[in-house]
Design a protein around this ligand. Structure first.
Ligand code: COS
Length: 379
């Protein structure tokens, strides 16, 4: 028999996350968005409540929750503010390559900095000329003595301004093919690391995004994650852990916009009746509820597979792609139901609309998700 119900602990975690979000995030989300400010106070409170470093196992100081609980918390957080959810889950994203391929020594050293020392880290993959085409990147390392010298530029890096270290993918200089890629940990205070100005974005404005430049940065050999040449696979596997959670974020945005639209449709009167009495509005709400539920099932299945230790590339891409396409459609319809008010900043759906768009782009565009799915089903 399949079980579609949450266990008692998951119900309690979801309730606690919802209450936290309603009390600590919803009231300040608009302010941080307007000011494009990094919500340090909220991040500290999330740590205090055990709602941070969700992807890090308990043995390295993480909260020790299962993957479904992680997804439930991220959904609730993104319902409150997707910018805060993105910044709050960036430590987990940075931890995945270390968890997937790192030695026990690297795990203990760097993951405990995120958990016990309260630091931030960034996942540094994308480059100005290499977004979808990871293989086309130009960041490179070269061996000099018992160190590697790193050169390159990474862009759109979440939390870069605040990070203590970067988890970077770079080629071995002069080599080609997937075996030329290497995953490495780079300390923020190394000579030659510089952080660009904070990007001004359409949405996720409370989350800091900046470029990072590595200019002749010396990285000790022991900071290579796994073996030389393992980097491409490590980063791809890390994305299979991250994409279900990107799906959970999209789910939270869709759920939040849907809840607002439902309330509004039951209050707003036109032509002498509630707009929820019009079948045109009813069909929009029905489609929202149905596609959100389908997204939730895909997200939950993909995190179930992660929990079982059998991460599925297709399940991760189904979840990320379907949930973010759903989110974009739901927020568009939510703005439509609000009519002119939906276009005004004072009403919450405008923020959901701006925040949703990136979800079809980051962690691999939805075109790349379809490429990944097609490769898997055709192989
Ligand atoms: N797990 C393990 N190995 C994987 C893998 C995975 N999930 N995906 C690919 N690989 C391996 C392949 O098996 C292949 O190995 P061999 O060289 O031994 O044959 C190698 O990695 C190269 O894979 P592939 O041939 O599929 O590479 P492509 O360049 O054709 O495509 C895609 C790779 C498009 C899938 C990759 O570039 C990608 O995911 N791009 C999107 C990047 C992204 O998500 N960016 C967001 C930034 S994070 S916010």
């Amino acid at each position: 028999m399949m079980n579609f119900t949450l266990n008692d602990e998951q119900v309690a975690i979801k309730k606690m996350a919802r209450e936290f979000v309603n009390k600590e995030i919803v009231p300040v989300a608009r302010k941080y968005d307007e000011e494009e400010a990094f919500p340090v106070v909220v991040m500290e409170k999330l740590r205090e409540y055990g709602l941070f470093n969700l992807g890090i196992p308990e043995q390295y100081g993480g909260p020790g929750i299962d993957k479904l609980s992680h997804a439930l918390i991220i959904e609730e957080m993104a319902r409150g503010c997707a910018g805060i959810a993105t910044s709050a889950d960036a430590n987990s994203l940075s931890a995945y390559p270390i968890l997937v391929g790192g030695s026990e020594e690297l795990k203990k050293k760097y993951l405990s900095r995120l958990t016990h020392d309260g630091k931030y880290a960034s996942f540094a993959l994308t480059e100005p000329q290499s977004g979808s085409d990871v293989m086309g990147m130009s960041s490179n390392i070269e061996k000099v003595g018992n160190e590697y010298v790193l050169n390159g530029e990474k862009c759109f890096i979440t939390n870069a301004t605040h990070s203590d270290f970067f988890v970077v993918l770079a080629k071995l200089k002069g080599e080609r093919g997937s075996k030329s890629f290497n995953a490495l940990i780079v300390e923020r205070d190394s000579d030659g690391v510089s952080i660009g100005p904070k990007e001004k974005k359409l949405g996720l404005r409370s989350s800091d995004t900046a470029s990072v430049t590595f200019n002749d940065v010396r990285v000790p050999e022991k900071n290579i994650i796994g073996s030389l040449g393992d980097g491409f696979k490590i980063f791809m596997q890390a994305l299979s852990h991250a994409r279900p959670m990107a799906g959970a974020q999209a789910l939270g945005v869709a759920q939040g916009a849907y809840e607002e639209a439902l309330i509004y449709a039951k209050e707003r009167k036109q032509f002498g009746q509630l707009i929820s009495d019009f079948q045109g509005i009813q069909f929009m709400l029905a489609d929202m509820a149905m596609t959100i539920e389908a997204s939730r099932l895909l997200v939950h299945k993909s995190v179930y597979l992660l929990q079982e230790g059998v991460p599925s590339v297709t399940a991760a891409s189904f979840a990320k792609c379907f949930a973010s396409d759903t989110a974009m459609k739901v927020v568009t319809d939510a703005v439509q139901i609000f009519g002119g008010y939906g276009y005004i900043r004072e009403y919450g759906v405008e923020k959901y609309f701006r925040d949703a768009k990136i979800m079809q782009i980051y962690e691999g565009t939805n075109q790349i998700q379809r490429v990944v799915i097609a490769k898997e089903i055709l192989k």
